[in-house]
Structure formats: C-alpha cells, structure tokens
Design a protein around this ligand. Structure first.
Ligand SMILES: Nc1ncnc2c1ncn2[C@@H]1O[C@H](COP(=O)(O)OP(=O)(O)OP(=O)(O)O)[C@@H](O)[C@H]1O
Length: 230
C-alpha cells in the first residue's frame, strides 16, 4: 500500500508521517531538507534558483517513487507465492504532483520562473510522471495561513522565516485547486485548523479511524493517472 501526505509548508505532514510509522509500523520516505543543496539559496533568491530547485525535487521524488514501486512489486510477488511475509505499507511525505501543480506553477505564475524554464520543467515532469502510479490514498492536510505561520515559526528553520504571507497564500490556493480536481486515487482531507493529532490522542484516533475506513474501500478500485499542462 502507498499512502501519501500532502499539504502546504508547515501543515504537519512530517509529524503525521512519524505518528503513522509508530502507530501502524508503516515505513516513511521523508522529504530531506538537510543536504538539499538549493533550498536556502532558493528562499534568498527565488528567481535565480527556482529551476534548479525544482529539478532537484523532481529527481529526489522520482527516487522515492522507484523505491515505493519496488516495495509494492515485492508485496505482489509475496502474495502470488503465498509467502507469509506481511505486506509493507509506504508513507510518502509530499508527492511529485505537488512539485509541479503547486510549487513550480506558483513560481511561474508569480514571475519567479521564466516560461522557457517552466515548459522545460513540465516536459520533464510529464515524462517522469508517466512512469509513476498515484498513491492508493492521498491525505491532504488543510491549514489556514495563521496555522502555517505558527508551525513555521515554531520549527524555526532560519531560511524559512523569510517566507511571505503572499507565497503561503498562493500555495494554499493552488493546493485547494489541486485537491478539488484530484481524481487519481482515494483522497482524505484533514482540517488542521481543528485537529491537533500531535498532542491530542483523541484527535489522532479520529485520524486513524478515517484512514482505516478509506483503506477498506480501496479493494477492487482501479488507479487513475496524472499529467500537467502550462
Ligand atoms: N517543489 C518544491 N518547490 C519549492 N519548495 C519546496 C518544494 N518541495 C518542498 N519545498 C520546501 O522544502 C521544505 C521541506 O520541508 P519539510 O519536509 O519539513 O516540509 P514542509 O512542507 O515544511 O512540511 P510539514 O511541516 O507539513 O512537515 C519546505 O521549505 C518546503 O516548502
């Protein structure tokens, strides 16, 4: 099973992924911030570094997807052979779809990426995404601006403190568009303005119940596909 957590900067994806790993024994593929050679430069000068960062993220996301595909292949082979090994569930902290439909699109629409670079990026994205299966379940963490701000401040990464309200709001608008038209797989929306699963066990139980009920309806459903246009 492949589960993805999607949402704006500071929405709580990493926290949820960690809790799911602890509670359900699922394996998480995190978005590596340490070691990202462009992120700090990008926040200091988006126009200069937008294309470089997007290519970097595309590649790292494809690496994750290849790992997930190999685990799912292994699950299927074990099931075919009647092997008793339990099927592994992989949790992905942000998807390749968000890089294109939200971050790259926002940079292009805000004038931080040229049309030439954006078209090249989309060609690369569409080529890559044709090899990718959507997750079985996508969990969208919806959070308003004050919530995102609070989280970004609390975690205190220095290069993220310069992120503007306008940037976060544009991303939120694109996230809402993305989720409204997402039909490639099962989708669960969690309202992070109301839920505090990191500190309230009752909230975490509610989330777990909702995830489990979505997973039970998955049997027998077919998967969709995804591509992007300028
Ligand atoms: N395609 C992208 N383009 C620009 N910035 C990106 C892209 N993907 C990720 N980022 C940035 O990389 C950093 C990743 O941080 P992290 O993995 O902690 O995620 P996050 O979005 O802050 O999630 P959360 O707080 O919900 O766990 C953030 O600053 C995020 O905005």
């Amino acid at each position: 099973m492949h589960i993805a957590i999607t949402g704006n900067i500071g929405a709580g994806k990493t926290t949820l992924a960690e809790l799911l790993a602890d509670h359900c024994g699922w394996e998480v593929l995190y978005e590596a911030v340490e070691g990202n050679p462009y992120l700090a430069d990008f926040y200091a000068d988006m126009e200069r570094w937008s294309f470089n960062l997007q290519v970097y993220f595309l590649n790292s996301r494809l690496t994750q997807v290849k790992k997930i595909m190999s685990v799912l292949d292994e699950n299927r082979a074990n099931a075919r052979l009647g092997n008793a090994a339990p099927a592994r569930t992989m949790v992905q902290d942000r998807t390749i779809y968000e890089d294109s439909a939200i971050f790259a699109r926002n940079l292009y629409e805000s004038g931080y990426m040229t049309e030439r670079d954006y078209r090249t990026y989309l060609d690369l994205f569409n080529n890559m995404v044709s090899l990718v299966h959507p997750p079985d379940l996508m969990i969208y963490l919806r959070a308003d601006l004050p919530k995102l701000r609070e989280q970004i401040q609390k975690r205190g990464r220095s290069f993220e403190q310069s992120i503007s309200d306008a940037y976060l709001s544009s991303l939120n608008r694109l996230y809402e568009d993305f989720v409204a038209s997402y039909t490639a797989g099962e989708l669960l929306i969690l309202d992070m303005n109301q839920l505090d699963f990191a500190h309230q066990p009752a909230d975490f139980n509610t989330v777990i119940r909702q995830i489990k009920s979505r997973l039970t309806v998955l049997d027998g459903t077919s998967r969709g596909s995804f591509s992007a246009d300028v």
